[in-house]
Design a protein around this ligand. Sequence first.
Ligand code: MN
Ligand code: MN
Length: 466
Amino acid sequence: MSLLIRGGEIITADSRFIGDLLCEGETISHIGEHLTPPNEQTTVIDARGKYVFPGFVDPHVHAYLPFCGTQTKDTYTTASRAALLGGTTCFIDFISPERYGNLDEALKRWHEKSRGQSACDYAFHMTVTHFDEAIEKQLRRIVREEGITSFKVYLAYKGSNGIEDADLFQTLRLARELNVLVTAHCENETLVDQLQKQLLAQGKTGPEWHYHSRPPCVEADGVHHLMTFAELTGAHVYVVHTTCAEALHELTAARERGVHAWGETCPQYLLLDQTYAERPHFEGAKYVLSPPLRAKHNQEILWRALSQGELHTVATDHAPTDFATQKAMGRNDFTRITNGVPGIQDRINLLYTYGVERGLLDLHRLVELAATQPARLFGLYPAKGTIQVGSDADLVVYDPNYPSVISAKTHAMNVDYNAYEGMPLKGRADTVTVRGKVVVQAGCFVGDFTHGHYLARQNTQIEIPR
Ligand code: MN
Ligand code: MN
């Protein structure tokens, strides 16, 4: 099986040139000019006038997640199809064991939910909710034998996923020893809990109050807390979904004093704001996620942090639940609204349209933030995240002049609303390949759900922060 992509402008994190790519089997075999098809069966794709990007990597996705007595709407089938249509060829989901549950059993469950059901490649982070000898043993085995080289901890969600401080310390100590990157949801859970109770007692039950139960200082406090633990243990940590100036400040201050810390943000925090959750008639529930959407002035700060290297990745935190049935569980109590927005399909188009086209990011930074850096941090590079000879032939031929409008009516995600409804887009993934196989053609899904592989990852390829 061979594939020749001709005449596109090939974009990586640090280079751009017009040329041809030859893929043989599952990998890129030649990069050059005027390459010829090795045989008559070679698929030839004309990419003139288009960009050729490495397949994008989304390091924060909830394809399968049971929570709040329900679960995210997607399956690996629907999530992987939506990912590919949006140019994402690989995502990392979070194994979420029950509190005090066995990690191997949880891993088995996530394999059962995904194996043979994904059109794109995927990997797992392992959530750690508590720490004891049995968990330590399971973690050591999972890192060594299963290629799960990143953990997830929640400093929020008291009583469910949230981790106690002593257990956090032990988890980071082990992560340092194993050279595992620890991703963290940072909010002070005690404060969230107290503020929620206070608001509900005052009869403040609508979705617009969610923000007030998790203000910026609560997130910043969570980041600061994590950084103290990272500083003392030497562990490498990764702050998921950074939303605001206050949290960014704590991250940056820690990096400046030598803490090994990285930061992620998401399109929803770059493009939507607090007022969305204030929409009347419970419409605001569509925009309830944690941390909450922030005041608009934070958007400019986040965009600048991305372009200047203070934030390192853009992921989606894709967490689809239906407005009509699932979000509705919180109609009389905002603390029961399912948290999260869908976004796996829209990330790259949004970053291209509202980042690159507005001059806030250049094309290299787009690739770096959404492909190369996630692949490096999470041990997938250089098979994923770049275009070079020997890398997996995960490629996106991107048409920068394909206008469309986002709508739940036309999106491929298995959820009844889109947080970006009505927003115009300037480009789209025209052709997408996963390990040399064409899975999106002329913007239409042509993949199959047995092609996606589980990826056992290498240890984190971490560089000391610049
Ligand atoms: Mn989170
Ligand atoms: Mn998440």
